[in-house]
Design a protein around this ligand. Structure first.
Ligand SMILES: Cc1cc2nc3c(=O)[nH]c(=O)nc-3n(C[C@H](O)[C@H](O)[C@H](O)COP(=O)(O)OP(=O)(O)OC[C@H]3O[C@@H](n4cnc5c(N)ncnc54)[C@H](O)[C@@H]3O)c2cc1C
Length: 559
C-alpha cells in the first residue's frame, strides 16, 4: 500500500468523486467497488481498518441457520431475503480470497429424534435456498460418526448429528485485503483519519468532509461529490453530521468470543448449538489452532466499551460444557474479543435478537448523504454493489456493471493450498512459519520473506514457539499502514486473537520494530509497549482470568 505520508499528500485539500467514511468490511468493499468502476475514491477510517466489528466476527461465511429459523417461524420476509442473499454471496467470498477462506462442515449434535427431524427439514430448506450456490448437501450422521469427528462430545443420550456446510474466513485479514486491493487499483485509503464534520454547498448538499489525522493531530479536509457513510455501529453519528435532527436508526447487539486450546475439544468440524438456555445460538469453531466459541445478543450503546466480561465467560462455558464430555474451565481460556453488531431498527420495543440482519441504504434527502447500514460480513460485497449503484445514480450516471463478483483480492493471485510448501523450498523456512505466512498474507508472503533474506535478524520469531517473524512487523508498517502494537498483533498477525499472554510477551519486540520504523524515541517505544501490556492485563482482569497460567493451558501450539 501507499505510505501514510503519500496518502495524506495526495488527498488533503483535493477533490474526489466519492469519500467513503468507515474502513470496516462494508466501507472497504464500497471503496473497492467504486474504484473498480473507475471513480476517484478516498476511504477514511477513524481507527484501524477492521478495528471495530469487522475483526470481532465469528468468522463464518454463512446464510445463517438461525436467521432461517426466524424467517420460517416469524414468517419474516426480510430475514428470508438476508438468508438467500448471504447463501449466494458465500461463493463470491470463498472464490475471491482462497488464502483467507475455506469451506467448513458444521455438526448440530442431537439428543432426540424429534430434534433430528426438525433440524433435518430446516437444513434441507437451507440447501434448497442456496440452489446452485450450495456448498455440500446437509445430512444426518450417526452417533458413531459424530463421535469419530468430535470425540469430546457428551455421549449420554447422543443420537447423532445433523451436518451442513458453510464457510470460514479470516475477518481482519479479509478486510485488509479489500483495502489493499483498493489501494493497488489507484484508491487512497487512510486509517486513523476520523471524520469530524461534513461540509455543504450553498444548496445544502454535501460537498466534502473535514477529518483529523489522529496520529499527526492535523485537521484536514477533502472535497467529494458523494459521501458514503459506512460506519457500522457509528452510522447514526455521521447521519447527524449531515442532518442534525434526523432520528436514530441503529441498534447494537454485543457479541463475545473466547478462544480455547484445541485439545479441550479436538475437531476439524464446527459445532452449532442452535438454542442456548436463553434462546441464543452458540458456535464452537476450529479456528487457526484454537476452538473459537462465541455468541451474540446483549444490547449495548455506541459509547459502551466492548470487552469479554466474567458473565460472558460464565455463560459461554456453561452452555458449551453441556455438550462436552470433559468440561472446560475459565483458566483454559487463551484469548477473547467482543464486538457490536450494527442492526437497523428504530423500534425500541423490539429485542435485538428479533431485529432482521437485512441491510438498508438510506439517501438523506436534504444533504444527499448515502448511508449503508446493517447486514453482515457475508453480504459485504452485495451491500457495496447496491451502494455504489446508488452512488453512480447520485453522480448522474447509469449504474455500470459491478466488477467485484469475480475480482480476486490481493494476496490470492496465483495462490494455491500448496503455496506454503513453495515457501519452504525457496526460502528454507520452518513449515509452521510458511503455513502462517501463506494463510495470513497469501502470495504477499514472498515480500516478507525477501525482507528476511536481506536481513537475517528479521527471520527470527518474535515469541518462541509461535510462527510469527520480525519481518512481518516491518512489512505491516511499510505496506499495511500499521501504526500501533495492537494493529500489528491483533488484526495483521493474529497473535492477540490467539493468545493474550503471547501477545503481551511479544509487545516489547514489536514496539521496538515499530518504533524504529516510525521514528519513535526510546521513551515513546517503552510507553507504547507498557500501555499495550496494561491493556492486555486489563482484558484478562475484566474477563476474570489469571494473568499468568501454567500447565496445559499455557502450551503454545502453532498460530
Ligand atoms: C459478535 C459478532 C459476530 C459476528 N459474526 C459474523 C459472522 O460469523 N459472519 C458474518 O457474516 N457476520 C458476522 N457478524 C456481522 C459482521 O461482523 C458485521 O456485519 C460487519 O463486520 C459490519 O461491518 P461494518 O463495516 O458495517 O462495520 P465496522 O466493522 O464496525 O466498521 C465501521 C468503521 O467505521 C469507522 N468509523 C466510525 N466513525 C467514523 C468516523 N467519524 N470517521 C471515520 N471512520 C469512522 C469505525 O472506526 C469502524 O472501523 C458478526 C458480528 C458480531 C458483533
Amino acid at each position: 500500500m501507499k505510505s501514510r505520508q503519500s496518502v495524506v499528500q495526495n488527498i488533503a485539500g483535493k477533490s474526489f468523486d466519492v469519500c467513503v467514511v468507515g474502513g470496516g468490511a462494508v466501507g472497504a468493499a464500497c471503496a473497492l467497488d467504486a474504484r473498480l468502476r473507475g471513480l476517484n475514491v478516498v476511504l477514511l477510517e477513524a481507527g484501524d481498518f477492521a478495528g471495530a466489528t469487522s475483526s470481532a466476527a465469528t468468522k463464518i461465511i454463512h446464510g445463517g441457520v438461525r436467521y432461517l429459523e426466524e424467517a420460517i417461524t416469524d414468517v419474516d420476509s426480510k430475514e428470508y431475503h438476508v438468508v438467500v442473499r448471504a447463501l449466494h454471496e458465500r461463493v463470491h467470498m470463498l472464490d475471491n480470497a482462497p488464502h483467507l477462506t475455506r469451506k467448513l462442515e458444521f455438526f448440530v449434535p442431537s439428543y432426540s429424534w424429534l430434534n433430528v427431524a426438525y433440524l433435518d427439514i430446516r437444513l434441507k430448506i437451507y440447501d434448497w435456498l442456496a440452489g446452485s450456490a450450495r456448498i455440500s448437501p446437509s445430512k444426518f450422521v450417526s452417533r458413531d460418526e459424530a463421535l469419530k469427528f468430535m470425540p469430546g462430545l457428551k455421549q449420554d443420550g447422543l443420537i447423532g448429528a445433523v451436518e451442513y456446510a458453510d464457510g470460514q474466513f479470516d475477518d481482519s485479514r479479509y478486510n485488509l485485503a479489500l483495502v489493499e486491493t483498493f489501494d493497488r487499483n489507484g484508491g487512497f485509503a487512510l486509517n486513523y483519519a476520523r471524520v469530524t464534520s461534513l461540509t455543504k454547498n450553498s444548496a445544502g448538499k454535501l460537498s466534502g468532509t473535514q477529518f483529523t489525522d489522529q496520529l499527526s493531530k492535523q485537521n484536514l479536509s477533502i472535497d467529494a461529490k458523494v459521501i458514503v457513510n459506512a460506519t457500522g455501529p457509528a452510522a447514526d453519528s455521521v447521519r447527524r453530521m449531515a442532518a442534525p435532527t434526523i432520528s436514530h436508526c441503529m441498534r447494537l447487539s454485543k457479541g463475545a468470543h473466547i478462544l480455547l486450546p484445541m485439545d479441550v475439544f479436538p475437531t476439524e468440524k464446527a459445532m452449532l448449538i442452535p438454542k442456548t438456555d436463553d434462546g441464543r445460538v452458540l458456535f464452537a469453531v476450529p479456528w487457526r489452532g484454537r476452538l473459537l466459541v462465541g455468541t451474540t445478543e446483549t444490547e449495548v450503546q455506541p459509547s459502551d466499551e466492548l470487552y469479554v466480561t466474567r458473565e460472558d465467560v460464565q455463560f459461554m462455558l456453561g452452555q458449551l460444557n453441556k455438550y462436552l464430555a470433559t468440561p472446560v474451565t475459565p483458566n483454559q481460556i487463551a484469548a477473547g474479543f467482543a464486538g457490536a453488531r450494527p442492526l437497523v431498527s428504530s423500534d425500541e420495543a423490539e429485542s435485538t435478537q428479533k431485529v432482521a440482519r437485512d441491510d438498508v441504504i438510506e439517501i438523506e434527502p436534504s444533504s444527499g448523504l448515502i448511508s449503508i447500514m446493517g447486514g453482515k460480513w457475508t453480504t459485504h460485497r452485495a451491500m457495496a454493489e447496491d451502494t455504489i449503484n446508488a452512488v453512480e445514480k447520485a453522480l448522474g450516471k447509469t449504474p455500470t456493471e459491478c466488477p467485484t463478483r469475480q475480482h480476486v483480492l490481493y494476496g490470492s493471485e496465483g495462490w494455491t493450498n500448496d503455496y506454503w510448501q513453495e515457501l519452504v523450498g525457496i526460502y528454507q523456512i520452518a513449515p509452521d512459519v510458511a503455513h502462517h505466512l501463506s494463510a495470513k498474507f497469501g502470495t504477499a508472503a514472498a515480500d516478507i520473506l525477501n525482507l528476511a533474506k536481506a536481513d537475517a535478524s528479521l527471520g527470527q520469531r518474535i515469541v518462541s514457539e509461535h510462527p510469527v517473524i520480525r519481518a512481518e512487523v516491518v512489512h505491516t508498517v511499510r505496506k499495511e499502514l500499521a501504526a500501533t502494537i495492537e494493529d500489528v498483533l491483533a488484526r495483521r498477525l493474529g497473535v492477540q486473537f490467539y493468545s493474550w499472554r503471547a501477545a503481551r510477551e511479544a509487545a516489547p519486540a514489536v514496539g521496538a520494530i515499530l518504533g524504529a520504523e516510525l521514528g519513535w524515541t526510546p521513551d515513546q517505544t517503552k510507553s507504547a509497549s507498557d500501555a499495550y501490556v496494561a491493556h492486555i492485563d486489563r482484558l484478562l482482569d475484566l474477563a476474570g482470568l489469571p494473568r499468568e497460567i501454567s500447565g496445559a493451558a499455557a502450551a503454545k501450539p502453532a498460530v
